[in-house]
Every structure is written in C-alpha cells, then in structure tokens.
Unconditional design. Structure first.
Length: 194
C-alpha cells in the first residue's frame, strides 16, 4: 500500500498520497518500536497487535505466527524511500525515519540471517528473534539485497555494503538457478529446493 501511495504521489504530484503513506509508516514504526523492532503481522479488530496469532499453527500459509523478518527488511527500504522523497533536502526531518529504517533492517537481519547454522534468511521468528519457520524465500533475499544497497547509499555505513556482498554471494552460490536462469522460490533450512 505504501509503495502504491508513493508511486501515485510521484505520478500525479498529489501530496495527499505521500501524506497517507507517512501516516501508515508512523503506525508501523510505533508498532515495531513496541516489539523490539519486530513488526506485528496480525491485529484484533481494534488494531491491537495479536502477537499469539497462530502460535499453535506457526507455518500457516496466510497468517504465520510471529515476526516475518522479510517485512522488517522491506519496511526499512520503504521508510527510507518515503523519507527521502518527502523531506528531500531536509536531512534533520528525514533522520528519525532513516534511524527507524536502520533499526528495522538490522533487527530483521540479526534475527534471520544465518540464524540456524545454515546460510540464508529464515522466514519467521518468534518475538524474541528465535527462528520458527526455517525456510528461505527468494523474495526475502531480494528485499535484503535492495535494502542493504539503499541504506549504504543513504548512510555510507560500511556494514550495509558488507551485508550486500554477503547477500549477493549467497544469491550466486545458493539461490540463483544457473541452469534455467531464475531464482529458486523456496529453500528449506538446509538450502534444499522445496
């Protein structure tokens, strides 16, 4: 939704879309801060986080239990994109959002990257950062590559460049299908094709 609002603002020049995206971002940042920078995925009707949703069925394909690190990574990029397009040259106004983007990204990466003894980003974790669903999804890696590049470009921090290099190495060695020219969609905890 935020990506659509940002695209609409860019195409139409109507700032109402960028303002709406900002409201959503502020909410996501608040929820994440309240959960040690892990974004709640499920909510009750009154918009309170339902952190126990599907705990008894953690690998539910539509509502998995816990945090999805890939979403934290993706939100890091979206927040950065929004802050830079909204505040343009006002670095002081953008700074708290860039800080939040970094918190989200680094929490997700520290929870998910090589978290269970094998390379890759686990799909979900519990609220303490322990892996729950160990499968590796191609989209999570794509977001990690993109967000690490964006954060390096914006902050100049070497840790993002180093992570980008690690993600690209893993992509080349494990996730790319060099025979058929695509990415493997989903791998298990040992990086075997599912």
């Amino acid at each position: 939704t935020v990506e659509a609002f940002l695209a609409a603002a860019d195409v139409t020049g109507m700032e109402k879309y960028r303002i709406r995206a900002g409201r959503i971002i502020d909410r996501v940042i608040g929820w994440a801060k309240d959960n040690n920078w892990r974004i709640p995925e499920h909510f009750a009707e009154d918009w309170t986080a339902d952190l126990e949703c599907n705990k008894e069925k953690p690998a539910d394909p539509f509502k998995p239990y816990g945090a999805t690190p890939g979403h934290g990574i993706e939100w890091g990029r979206l927040i950065t994109q929004w802050a830079l397009s909204t505040f343009k040259e006002d670095k002081a106004a953008a700074a708290p959002y860039i800080d939040a983007a970094e918190e989200l990204f680094m929490r997700a990466v520290s929870d998910a990257w090589n978290a269970d003894g094998a390379p890759g980003l686990v799909y979900t974790t519990d609220w303490e950062g322990k892996p729950v669903v160990h499968d590796r999804m191609h989209w999570t890696l794509a977001e990690a590559i993109n967000t690490s590049a964006v954060l390096y470009r914006v902050t100049g921090k070497e840790k993002y460049s180093n992570l980008y290099s690690e993600f690209m190495k893993y992509l080349d060695e494990t996730v790319l299908d060099h025979v058929n020219g695509s990415w493997f969609h989903q791998l298990d905890a040992q990086n075997n094709l599912l």
